[in-house]
Design a protein around this ligand. Structure first.
Ligand code: FA5
Length: 358
């Protein structure tokens, strides 16, 4: 900044103050980091500040005008001071943000150098969910969903599992500590969504309901605490077990291909009667028996059955007119078997050596 020629004329001095003020503000505004701002600090205060230097000229102007010019100078000094401090705060915030900034392009570049292709992709369970939805939509089903935090009524009671029913032990459940009068829990299966659908829509109903489920299961080779199911529900007239078996046969062969070896075994669920479990030959050991299938040679993929009249009663559907079937399959289990993963936990650990194979 150049030294200005000073004069004893008050108007000239005021003009001079304004010019120096504007120059100083411009210099402050051009600082891009705290270091640069530090180097311009002498402009704001101290004997090298050109504005403070102008103070010595006050004594050379006539006393009547001195007060007015003095005020212009004081205001200019205040303005510089304020601008300097505001700029300091702005640059401090910027440097904090820069410090916390994560450069994802560098991360992707380093993945590229290690794995060849660091581009993101959908998780295999998400892909499987999409594929299953497509299969069912092609069969004439709609796709619906429901809340992950549920009431006890939807997760259990409406499904013919009253409090203290021993079958509650089949679903080791996470309960939420809320101030609600109703018991709220993380749904242990997707079956509460079929209750919501039946309460909301008039039959006939052909729908699937995929989503996350939560259980206090210790993770092991074929269990996770957070996993995915796809629920199916058909309500119409004159539906029989053959329709259920045919539907399961169709969707499993569409998902796995025609060579899958499968069986239905009698089972118990409080909300279906009769009930069955659907199993396929373990794809890890081809049925010989291994750690994943607990040496049985079979892996259970899901449960199913004809909707129990008690459930129809809970949702207000006339079981004299309508009947139907329901099923619930583990999507993570389907993926595990399709890709012969000996341990389901591989799906959650995000190990890129595994994920990049999908
Ligand atoms: C049920 O959850 C029933 N709601 C299924 C059903 C629906 C029956 C409609 C009848 C009518 P189950 O607890 O067996 O059933 O679970 C069904 C499937 O979910 C299992 O076969 C398995 O594939 C998957 N699954 C269950 N628990 C886990 C877990 N902890 N981790 C991963 N997958 C699981």
């Amino acid at each position: 900044m150049q030294e200005k020629e000073l004069s004893d004329n008050p108007m000239d001095l005021i003009k001079n103050i304004e010019t120096v003020l504007n120059d100083t503000l411009e210099i402050i505004s051009k600082c891009f980091n705290e270091e640069e701002l530090k180097t311009v600090a002498p402009l704001v205060a101290g004997k090298h500040s050109p504005l403070i230097a102008l103070r010595s000229r006050l004594k050379d102007i006539e006393p009547n005008a001195r007060k007015e010019v003095g005020k212009v100078l004081t205001d200019a000094l205040e303005k510089v001071n304020e601008t300097f401090h505001a700029k300091g705060q702005e640059l401090a915030l910027l440097s904090e943000l820069n410090y916390e900034k994560v450069d994802l392009t560098q991360y992707v570049a380093s993945l590229n150098s290690i794995y060849g292709n660091g581009l993101g992709a959908l998780h295999p369970v998400t892909v499987a969910q999409g594929e299953l939805e497509d299969i069912f939509v092609a069969m004439g089903f709609s796709v619906m969903d429901g809340p992950e935090a549920e009431t006890d009524w939807y997760n259990f009671e409406a499904l013919n599992i009253p409090k203290d029913h021993p079958a509650r032990g089949m679903w080791d459940t996470f309960y939420l500590n809320t101030a609600q009068p109703e018991t709220i829990l993380m749904r242990a299966h997707t079956s509460p969504v079929q209750v919501r659908v039946m309460k909301t829509y008039e039959p006939p109903i052909y729908t699937v309901m995929p989503g996350r489920c939560f259980r206090r299961d210790t993770p092991d080779a074929r269990h996770l605490a957070i996993f995915h199911q796809i629920e199916g529900l058909v309500i119409d007239k004159d539906i029989n077990f053959g329709h259920l078996a045919g539907t399961i046969e169709k969707f499993t062969s569409s998902y796995f291909g025609p060579n899958i070896h499968a069986r239905l075994r009698p089972a118990y669920f409080p909300f279906t009667e009769p009930s069955a479990e659907f199993e396929i030959t373990c794809t890890i050991c081809s049925g010989d028996g291994c750690r994943t299938c607990s040496n049985t040679g079979w892996i259970e993929l899901g449960g199913c059955g004809m909707v129990d009249p008690e459930v129809f009663k809970a949702v207000g559907i006339d079981s004299e007119v309508w009947n139907g079937f329901a099923f619930g399959f583990g999507i993570d289990r389907l993926v595990q078997m399709k890709y012969s993963l000996s341990d389901m936990r591989d799906l959650t650990e995000n190990d890129l050596r595994i994920m990049l194979q999908f």
